[in-house]
Design a binder for this molecule. Structure first.
Ligand code: 23J
Ligand code: MN
Length: 259
């Protein structure tokens, strides 16, 4: 049976009946990084320096050194990232079972709402309305919030910081609890710089997507793109962070298999 499924998948990939959609942003020096209040340490963005490029330092090979914060660009948040997940078993990147990195995608289109209100928050009621149309979120799903935020050009528009902080969409605390405890999602994925709304520092609890998802052993995916190419249900998402020993997060190549 499993043999048949995998050979069917190979054939479907070859024929194009199943497409691979890349949900990953390019990772480079211009990749925007989250800005926290100045009292907190900040994360460096991406930088790269040449080791050799077919030259004296290596006549037949090209390679680089890279330097970056773990949470840069399209990236994966592990449970240990948040203090609520600090004591959980298998909470670091090197310990998360690989089987938990892949799951069905439930995609909620919030693009109109996020355009009308940059501080739009997804609620339990929105999710229930989505379920009425598309069916119940299966346990072990990635819940992906489409906002079209990835279409914003440049760091300023993407981070959308004003005098009172960042303005970008996210989840209400009640919605995160619902997704974690009543639907048992693998985690949430968003197009913004982090899984929490720009204003989430002032929520109760602060940063609920981090606090509650990671506190219950669940994951986050941030800075995704191409969510507009996914159907509401039926796609499979593979999120592959580096297996960093003790790592709290990592840039990831996030792929979707789309029927
Ligand atoms: C550290 C503190 C707050 C936040 C974040 C990181 C992230 O969004 C992240 O990349 O995990 S909100
Ligand atoms: Mn992160």
């Amino acid at each position: 049976m499993s043999n048949a499924v995998l050979s069917q998948l190979v054939e479907a990939l070859r024929s194009g009946a199943v497409r691979v959609v890349d949900l990953t942003q390019p990772l480079g020096p211009d990749t925007p990084v989250i800005e926290l209040p100045p009292i907190f340490a900040s994360s460096p963005g991406f930088s790269m320096e040449v080791i050799s490029r077919y030259d004296d330092k290596g006549p037949a090979w090209y390679w680089n050194t890279i330097h970056l914060g773990e949470h840069t660009g399209t990236h994966f948040d592990a449970p240990v990232h948040w203090i609520t997940g600090a004591q959980l078993p298998d909470n670091t990147l090197d310990k998360i079972p690989a089987s938990k990195l892949i799951g069905p995608a439930c995609v909620i289109d919030c693009s109109k709402e996020a355009e009308a209100d940059n501080d739009f928050l997804l609620t339990r009621e929105h999710v229930l309305a989505w379920e009425a149309a598309h069916g119940r979120i299966p346990p072990g799903s990635w819940l992906l919030m489409r906002t079209d935020w990835s279409k914003r050009k440049g760091r300023e528009a993407f981070l959308n910081i004003r005098a009172d902080g960042a303005h970008s969409p996210g989840f209400t605390p009640d919605c995160v609890r619902f997704l974690a405890f009543e639907r048992d999602v693998l985690g949430v994925g968003v197009e913004c710089v982090g899984t929490d709304a720009g204003q989430a520092a002032s929520f109760d609890p602060p940063f609920p997507a981090h606090n509650i998802m990671h506190g219950s052993g669940r994951f986050g995916l941030a800075s995704l793109t191409n969510l507009d190419q996914l159907p509401p249900t039926g796609a499979i998402v593979i999120a592959a962070p580096l297996k960093i020993v003790e790592g709290s997060g990592s840039p990831a190549r996030v792929l979707a298999l789309v029927p």
